[in-house]
Design a protein around this ligand. Sequence first.
Ligand SMILES: Nc1nc2c(ncn2[C@@H]2O[C@@H]3COP(=O)(O)O[C@H]4[C@@H](O)[C@H](n5cnc6c(=O)[nH]c(N)nc65)O[C@@H]4COP(=O)(O)O[C@H]3[C@H]2O)c(=O)[nH]1
Length: 520
Amino acid sequence: MRRKVIRNLAALGSICSLFICIVFFAYLAMRNAREKARSELETVVSEVIHRSAMTQAQIDEAVRAQRTAAFAPCSPEHVALMQRQILQASYLKELAYIKGDRMLCSSRSGSTVEIDLEPANHTTATGIRRWNRMEFPDAPNTTFVMTELDGYAAIISPQLVLDAGEEYSDIAITRFRKSNRIPAYSKGAFRKEWLAHKEDRSVSFFDNEYFVFIHPGSDAYSSVLAAMPTTRVNQMIWAALPSYLAGGVLAGLFSAMTLSAFARYRLSFRSQLLGGLKRREFFLLYQPVVDLRTGECIGAEALIRWNQPETGIISPDVFIPAAEAKGLIQNVTIHVMEMVAEDVGLLLKDFPEFHIAINISAEDLNSEKTEQHLQELLRATGGSPKNILIEITERSLMDPDKAKKVLDSIRKKGFEIAIDDFGIGNSSLSYLSTYELDYLKIDKVFVDGIGDGRTNSPLWFHIIEIARALGLKLIAEGVETEEQRSTLLQAGVHLAQGWYFAKPLPINELHTFIRDSRVS
Ligand SMILES: Nc1nc2c(ncn2[C@@H]2O[C@@H]3COP(=O)(O)O[C@H]4[C@@H](O)[C@H](n5cnc6c(=O)[nH]c(N)nc65)O[C@@H]4COP(=O)(O)O[C@H]3[C@H]2O)c(=O)[nH]1
């Protein structure tokens, strides 16, 4: 059920992430096109601000030079000076001298022509007068802007200030005074409402057909506005869209693949096992080992179970080989030792001679950390090495040299070693001569043969002989009948485990079982 949910969620997540990536990248295309449009408007505005500043600097310089020269106004020397200045000042059209409302002379016509002026459009608090739409008879259809202070006047062409380049020809530009929000000069479309936006810093906004950008000028008095038709912004979006959509599809596919890889991982054995360990889905049962002579329970084998929420209890025969194959068995062994440590502290206080057998796998015997974990287990239980019996199978002895090193070291510390499932594999006999062992466990396969008349029946007897010859203690596994029990006892096998005595038990039931076995 949970697997189906994970699969469905992964499929849904993949479709959603593909969709979200495409929408997000389309949004990015729009945002970037807008950024690009804003950047173009910024370029235009900066150019206009630069040209305005240059114009103002040239006006200031022209007035300063005329004042310094102190020629009589409109004298030939004064006119000549103005003419020289016009040649050097690229942003100034003409210089003139004004008295009252009459232009007495100019760099264009010298002092030969005097012109009556309309009243100025604007006069500042500092006395600067300004004419916004000056026209000269010899330059029809062209309007100029003129500013004047103390008689010295400069005439400029607004077009020159507003000219930001051919490629920006469709961008409307307006330079306006901050104080009264009145345009000083403008080119192209302009809407009064645009100036309602305050531009303490730069500000940009869409207004139906235009994308507008306003920036304060370099002086304290003016600001510059540039407006781009939204059709241009849309063109930019459409131009950017294909590559962004391709990026969106790629990113969507990537996240879909990542999601399905994650789902595959979640469904994998590795993830399930590691998750199960973390969620403490594993528990131990303990199968009593009984002394056949007295009937007393003298030890128990810790046998792990996995209570998987979806499938229920899983047998170690299923997941232990898989954990070994996937390199996860050490995680399992460490967890088993932790659970034993939690379970048996009390039990060892009551029965200090009792032993707990722990199954160890091949990878555990490749790692020197196993000994460390065993020591930690002892510390946690307060027991001695004799309380722990290490059970190894033939599978555990794949790399005999390494295993021998680890086993010898563990054994030197006082832990006892049993070879489990003896006689099942091909090399059991050779292991007996290679490793220092304490116990030999007769596998259930051979115990099953006792009394059933099958051909392998006598084998159990030879195994007993071998163990005796090597001085090994014996534990018979899988004893299910009274006949097996008594036959083994008669043959000199003193220890056994099997359903005849008890199935694997929870720790509290084991405690009771031990007590009962000693009373009776
Ligand atoms: N039919 C029958 N079965 C009996 C009888 N007496 C005991 N058994 C079962 O025989 C198995 C004996 O354990 P094993 O040979 O070490 O074989 C173990 C051991 O190799 C492995 N295993 C169990 N726990 C662990 C563990 O914590 N770590 C490792 N590495 N392996 C473990 O899984 C194997 C299977 O364990 P279990 O399923 O618990 O199966 C246990 C036990 O429940 C009986 O009279 N009749």
